[in-house]
Design a protein around this ligand. Structure first.
Ligand code: ZN
Length: 602
């Protein structure tokens, strides 16, 4: 399969793509585009952005019949089939494609039609320079292996099969780039977007520590990374956050203010979150890109692909992302416990956690977690956040029951050795085994000797909260609730123009009991006007006047009708519980970097 792709119309956001199928299916070649991108579990129907398509063979036009929302069939032809099409690319996210005068970015799932039946053949892509003079200085950043192209240059790149082709996103533009080695593997750190006085040296030094800690985590003896090179590609914007993992790269979006500037060594919350994001996506290089749920061993990209294991693949990754920051020395234990406290409070906030287990949340990710609405906090639980608390609970349990001899780290390494290490290197016959849906308990017991089935049935397949106060106690960490507790309405509010809007009303809390609901505009509390400024401070200064148990009169608009209710204030829905390391504790926490044996002889 041979593709060409060129950013054709920057202002119109159009890529022009061609695909040549040398030996098309004699019965008529079927072509299709994925409906979802691995790592983001929602049907997105990328083919809707193909706005023009035609096929030719032997100099003649070939009829293309639309088979479905995402596939076409070309009339039978004897010679090579060439398909040309245009793709509209104006989605500034890590999941699709984006093109304008400042840069081009694409995932293969958005731009490369799959010639069905030929997925296992080699796929070659000629990435061409945009014709505009303004693009003369553009370069190419991707982990796709070069065939006839210099590093960062235009030219041809090659993938062993379609699955690989769509697993290396491509960034084209005038980006900033810095390179470093981690355990002998070259890494590129690519930044697109304007960032005055960006401290690239600091970012590279910090991210290198994270990478080396993770490589040593999975391969303590050899420190061998699972890829030949790795590319972090980051789009910096005014407001945005997100990342998507790939086998040898990641695409990230972050806020400009999260990027450190020169001569300011402060560890801002934003920068900490950015490092956490880098750590998260890098950990996926092992956990989900190689250790995979069985159903992802061979992705079905035509429809939803159900697994109840995202708590393991996203939750555990969320657990280790912050843990790697403290283990690599970028943050201290107090800062780490603050991050865990934030996760605990976030999980406890929604009553959805009592209705949906993380296993169910994983399975229903397609229609629930990825399609959240105002009622989501009351209806669902996050397999990311609660999944990370499950990982923490399992880790503390294993450490306590084995007197510190074993930990969740050992389970992760066992999963890696059994399912991940050879994932892409096994031959087509014996190949590509994913983790069976119910295999975790057995592997964990085999490695640690601890039977975790009861824990899993309560906290993974059931909806019980993970008893972290109890589990943390032997490690010298206490969970404290602040006194006095603040009075709250039990809502999440957002700014709506000059107004303060209820984004979510938590079930059973003061606002809900008083008859208010999501999307109501708060007008006044006890006759004092509520504005957008109150949304920004979460109603804190308004409610600080009152104590738990006091009743206030609230004026609100539902659509254009005024409603007046009385609400009895309750203890704040997020009591800001805080984990704290007890004084004098010789911390036996899971935050310590285990001492690895020196790497063996090469
Ligand atoms: Zn993730």
């Amino acid at each position: 399969m041979a593709y060409t792709i060129v950013p054709k119309d920057l202002a119109g956001h159009l890529f022009e793509v061609s695909l040549t199928v040398q030996h098309p299916d004699p019965a008529g070649q079927v072509l299709s585009l994925p409906v979802w991108i691995p790592g983001s579990y929602m049907v997105r129907e990328f083919a809707r952005n193909i706005i023009r398509i035609e096929a030719r063979s032997g100099g003649k036009k070939v009829a293309l019949k639309k088979l479905s929302k995402t596939s076409w069939k070309a009339a039978a032809c004897k010679e090579a089939l060439e398909v040309r099409y245009e793709v509209y690319a104006w989605d500034l996210s890590v999941r699709a494609a984006h093109l304008d005068q400042s840069h081009a970015f694409f995932n293969g799932t958005s731009v490369f039609l799959c010639a069905e039946g030929k997925e296992r053949e080699a796929h070659v892509v000629d990435i061409q320079r945009a014709p505009d003079a303004a693009c003369k200085t553009w370069r190419v950043a991707t982990s796709l292996p070069e065939l006839k192209a210099k590093r960062y240059g235009f030219g041809t790149y090659i993938a062993a099969d379609y699955d690989e082709l769509i697993d290396h996103p491509v960034e084209i533009g005038e980006f900033a780039i810095a390179s470093f080695d981690a355990c002998g593997i070259p890494h590129d750190f690519v930044i697109t977007g304007r960032v005055p006085n960006m401290d690239m040296d600091r970012m590279v030094a910090d991210v290198k520590k994270i990478c080396e800690a993770q490589i040593a985590f999975f391969e303590p003896k050899t420190r061998k990374a699972p890829m030949d090179r790795y590319v972090f590609m980051t789009m910096v914007v005014g407001e945005g956050y997100g990342g998507l993992e790939h086998r040898a790269s990641t695409a990230l979006i972050c806020n400009r203010n999260d990027i450190p500037v020169k001569h300011n060594p402060e560890m801002s919350e934003g920068y900490k979150a950015f490092l956490g994001l880098c750590s998260h996506e890098y950990f996926h290089t092992w956990n989900v890109k190689r250790i995979k749920p069985a159903v992802f061993a061979d992705y079905d990209l035509r429809q939803e692909s159900y697994t109840s294991l995202l708590w393991l693949f996203e939750g555990f990754t969320s657990y280790y992302d912050d843990l790697m920051l403290v283990r690599s020395g970028l943050i201290d234990e107090a800062a780490y416990l603050k991050l865990v406290s934030k996760t605990i409070n976030g999980v406890l906030r929604g009553s959805g956690r009592l209705k949906q287990s993380v296993a169910e949340s994983s399975f229903d990710a397609w229609t629930k977690y990825y399609r959240q609405d105002e009622n989501s906090p009351n209806a669902i639980v996050s397999y990311y956040t609660k999944g990370s608390l499950v990982a923490l609970g399992l880790d503390l349990t294993i450490r306590a029951e084995t007197a510190g001899k074993k930990s969740l780290d050992d389970v992760m390494r066992a999963l890696w050795q059994r399912y991940g290490r050879d994932f892409y290197t096994l031959t087509a016959e014996g190949k590509q085994q994913g983790v069976p849906e119910l295999a975790f308990a057995e592997i964990a017991e085999e490695v640690t000797g601890v039977d975790l089935r009861k824990f899993l049935s309560k906290h993974v397949y059931g909806t019980e909260d993970v008893p972290l106060a109890k589990l943390y106690a032997p490690f010298g960490v206490s969970l404290e609730v602040p006194v006095p507790v603040k009075a709250g309405l039990g809502v999440r509010v957002v700014k709506d123009g000059n107004d303060c809007k209820i984004a979510s009303a938590f079930e059973g809390r003061a606002a809900h009991l008083a008859g208010l609901s999501a999307l109501d505009i708060l007008v006044a509390i006890n006759g004092l006007r509520v504005t957008a400024a109150d949304a920004a401070d979460g109603l804190n200064s308004q409610l600080a006047r009152y104590r738990v148990g006091e009743t206030v009169e609230i004026h609100a608009f539902r659509r254009d009708e005024l409603i007046i209710v009385k609400a009895t204030l309750q203890a704040d829905d997020v009591p800001a519980q805080q984990l704290r390391l007890l004084d004098g504790t010789k911390a036996a926490l899971q935050t310590h970097r285990p001492t690895f044996r020196k790497a063996g002889k090469r």
